[in-house]
Write a protein that binds this ligand. Structure first.
Ligand code: 13P
Ligand code: SF4
Length: 351
């Protein structure tokens, strides 16, 4: 490596040490008034400063138990919105980069979801909306109003089963991959569900399940050919993928699970095992560092979520420095009330 690069590395190490010390000093100053939460896809430089790290369900469950005045969500915007919905009055939720969105969530704008849910319900059948937590507060509110709820990748099967018992059918959104994988896990055959065509009015056919045609562009990069390649190159290895991957990929894996489910799978593996993990690269690399060399952890594919990466240690430091003045994640009172209903139904069903 050229000397100049080594120099850059040294400078950046000093800078990152300064940033780390600054964050820790600010956390100590704010004490119990501050809680920093991080999703598993955050970079190590952020995770190192979190009071609590979890998957989407665990992060949502944590909020009602927090006493802190300021809750800083290191993740993407819908996670901060969920926290703002579940937070007590007086608690302030913020995110170090408000532009950290989610591609999947953006594929289901509330106005279009409302139109499709109305079209389906105007035809004499009661169709319940069930939204993956990767949706806006407005979409969650709509689910609350129409008798539906919310799910995460960790409880999608339980919640879909619940939703199917609430009416004549369910519209599951926005992830068609998670929808198809969950339908399969519940034994719902492909002929019993349909993927909505958003260009034409929705028809409430005899289907029990309507899937929104969204997907996560990060997980959808993992293709059957990547799985085949691993199976050929390393036949003794096991593969676990996130259920946002396409059904063909999930079918070829040994297991699928939420981010916390993936962590448990790796924890429970035996020394000497090789496990390929199909999900966001920050989590895979952290698993490789934490469990190697006893266990060999490799990515199915190097897939990064550019939105998760928008939250960095320097941004967290700036954010904590100005915590009293940073913009709060706001959810209007009506949206909050209806979205809270949808989230509380999930927390009640999955106690
Ligand atoms: P988990 O609910 O498994 O943490 O996943 C959230 C997510 O955004 C996956 O892409
Ligand atoms: Fe959204 Fe996909 Fe990123 Fe998860 S990995 S936050 S679903 S874009």
């Amino acid at each position: 490596m050229p000397e100049s690069c080594l120099g850059v590395q040294e400078v950046s190490e000093v800078t990152s040490q300064e940033t780390d010390s600054r964050i820790e000093r600010l956390r100590a100053e704010h004490g119990s008034r501050l809680a920093v939460l991080a999703h598993h896809y955050q970079q190590d430089e952020v995770v190192a400063h979190a009071d609590y790290c979890g998957d989407s369900l665990e992060l949502a469950r944590k909020i009602p138990n927090l006493q802190a005045e300021w809750i800083v969500m290191c993740g993407v915007y819908f996670m901060a919105e969920s926290a703002a919905i579940l937070a007590a009055s007086g608690q302030k939720v913020s995110i170090p980069d408000q532009n950290a969105g989610c591609v999947l969530s953006n594929m289901a704008p509330a106005w279009l979801v409302e139109r499709k849910v109305r079209e389906l319900n105007d035809q004499g059948r009661r169709i319940i909306p069930l939204a993956y937590v990767n949706t806006s507060a407005a979409v969650k509110a709509l689910c609350g109003r129409y008798g539906g709820s919310v799910c995460t990748s960790a409880n999608a099967a339980t919640m879909l089963d619940w939703a199917l018992q609430q009416g004549d059918g369910v519209v599951f959104l926005p992830d068609k991959n998670l929808g198809r994988n969950t339908a399969k896990a519940l034994g719902i055959a492909a002929q019993d569900y349909e993927i909505l065509d958003l260009r034409s009015p929705a028809r409430a056919s005899r289907s029990r399940l309507f899937l929104w045609p969204g997907l996560c562009t990060v997980h959808n990069l993992i293709k059957p050919r990547h799985m085949e390649h691993i199976r050929q190159a390393d036949p003794r290895a096991r593969i676990i993928v996130h259920p946002e991957c396409m059904p063909d990929v999930v079918d070829m894996a040994d297991a699928s699970g939420s981010t916390s489910g993936i962590i448990r799978y790796v924890q429970e593996a035996r020394p000497g095992d090789t496990i390929y993990v199909g999900t966001e690269i920050n989590l895979v690399q952290r698993l490789a560092r934490e469990f190697g060399p006893a266990k060999t952890i490799r990515p199915v594919l190097d897939t990064a979520c550019s939105n998760m990466a928008k939250v960095t240690a320097p941004k967290l430091a700036e954010h904590l420095d100005a915590i009293a003045a940073v913009p709060k994640v706001g959810v209007g009172p009506e949206v909050r009330q209806d979205a809270l209903l949808a989230l509380e139904r999930m927390l009640e069903v999955c106690r």
